[in-house]
Design a protein around this ligand. Structure first.
Ligand SMILES: Cc1cc2nc3c(=O)[nH]c(=O)nc-3n(C[C@H](O)[C@H](O)[C@H](O)COP(=O)(O)OP(=O)(O)OC[C@H]3O[C@@H](n4cnc5c(N)ncnc54)[C@H](O)[C@@H]3O)c2cc1C
Length: 327
């Protein structure tokens, strides 16, 4: 059952910020994640602040310098089906198209997608885990088959749930935030917070702040981006393992590489190991095999998620082979 709360639908960003800066208020975009969190009573709620009246937070536009500006309230289906996103920022279109089900993509927004709460079943259930202010991560000795193999830092072993975030990191996006102290731009790689930095938060969003838009720079000539997601079943599901690529080619040689894993860590996880292996090289079978080996270097699987090691190797092998064939 839902707890009781006040509901407001402000007409300006400033009014939304004022509401969010008081008491235990939460922003509501499409509500596909928030409603579950409220039902499960993951955090206290006094006021739900709907952003749906903020028309300026919707839409996809090309910027004068060839980049892209996407309003935080833009739905995932709009992004997945947008001709410019498909043509020039293909990895993001694929990632948005991989989220949940058609209904979730029609209702869910980009801002909500990157700010959604972790899906760890201990966090979502009636366990006072570390992330909820308790003293224990129940996944360490528990059912940890869907947890992280990188970045847990001995504290909290969630995986970051968003499909679009790894694609946005690969594309070097920036998140624009508006809050009580004004507006600031944060490179998306610095937007997410590892448990070892602060186990109680997933992003750098401060009290009262909202994401207003995401900006992606114009891809350099020869850049190809893609997103590959492996899930346990063919209907809606979160990533067991996935990879977002943004590779720049000169002929068949990779001259720039950003490789970001999903389903791997508490934040979208850049695999600098794979980036280094492929940079400056043609994607031959030997190079791809070396990249597949490198992707799990430094991984620390838990008792029940060791299967992610061969899974990530396979994902990297398949996606680099597919990209090489189309280069
Ligand atoms: C059955 C199911 C399957 C799903 N499958 C996937 C999946 O495969 N991949 C995936 O990535 N996600 C998945 N999701 C999660 C979710 O539906 C999506 O992430 C969706 O994009 C969330 O967007 P929303 O607008 O509905 O967010 P909301 O539910 O409105 O908000 C989510 C969180 O973000 C905050 N928030 C929202 N907008 C802003 C903003 N502009 N600024 C600051 N904070 C904000 C809210 O306060 C809330 O904490 C799934 C959810 C369900 C219920």
């Amino acid at each position: 059952m839902l707890p009781s709360f006040d509901y407001v639908r402000p007409k300006s960003v400033q009014a939304a910020i004022t509401h969010l800066n008081t008491g235990s208020a939460q922003a509501y975009a499409g509500g596909t994640d928030l409603m579950g969190c409220l039902r499960e009573r993951i955090f206290p709620i006094g006021k739900v602040v709907s952003l749906s009246g903020l028309q300026e937070l919707r839409g996809v536009n090309e910027t004068a310098d060839g980049g892209l500006r996407i309003g935080a309230l833009t739905t995932l289906s709009t992004i997945a089906e947008h001709p410019i996103v498909i043509k020039r920022f293909g990895g993001l279109a694929q990632a948005a198209g991989e989220v949940g089900s058609p209904q979730l993509r029609n209702q869910g927004t980009l801002g909500g997608n990157i700010c959604q709460k972790p899906r760890c079943w201990y966090y979502r259930a009636d366990f006072t885990c570390l992330r909820k202010g308790g003293g224990t991560c129940f996944a360490v000795d528990g059912e940890n088959q869907f947890h992280c193999i990188f970045g847990g830092g001995g504290t909290c072993f969630i995986v970051h749930p968003s499909d679009t975030a790894p694609a946005l990191v690969a594309l070097n996006a920036t998140v624009r935030l508006a809050g009580p102290k004004g507006t600031r731009d944060v490179p998306i790689e610095k937007f997410f917070v590892l448990p070892e930095v602060d186990v109680r938060r997933e992003t750098v969003l401060a009290r009262g702040e909202i994401v207003t838009e995401v900006r992606i720079p114009s891809p350099a000539p020869g850049t190809r981006s893609s997103y590959r997601k492996v899930r346990a079943r063919r209907s809606w599901d979160f990533a067991l393992a996935g990879v977002a690529l943004a590779l720049r080619f000169d002929g068949k040689r990779v001259i720039g590489s950003r490789v970001v894993l999903s389903g791997a860590a508490p934040v979208p996880w850049r695999s600098t190991e794979v980036e280094q292996v492929i940079r400056g090289k043609e994607l031959t079978a030997n190079v791809i095999a070396a990249a597949a080996k490198a992707v799990t270097s430094g991984a620390e699987p838990l008792e029940k998620n060791g299967y992610k090691i061969p899974l990530f190797r396979g994902v990297i092998e398949e996606e680099l082979t597919r990209t090489a064939a189309s280069a």
